[in-house]
Design a protein around this ligand. Structure first.
Ligand code: ZN
Length: 80
């Protein structure tokens, strides 16, 4: 859901061009089961930790955690 909202569409192996760093090959892995995503690039500011929906919005909007939570509710809950 949050991916749709940002117009992002993972490929067949559920990978995306990471929106958080210069990404030529898709290095952001999406895990629908756990509603998290993980970027495999060490050039990425999100590298090394998995992101949940809230973290994703937080990085995308460069906003506070609180704002990200409000935004997530707006987009419609904790769904990708
Ligand atoms: Zn990245």
């Amino acid at each position: 859901m949050v991916l749709n909202y940002y117009g992002l569409k993972p490929d067949k192996s559920l990978r995306l061009n990471c929106p958080f760093h210069e990404d030529k090959t898709p290095s952001l892995q999406v895990y629908y089961k756990t509603h998290t995503a993980y970027c495999f690039s060490s050039n990425c500011k999100t590298h090394g930790k998995s992101m949940d929906v809230i973290d994703f919005i937080l990085h995308k909007e460069s906003c506070t955690k609180h704002e990200a939570i409000k935004k997530a509710i707006e987009i419609s809950g904790r769904n990708w």
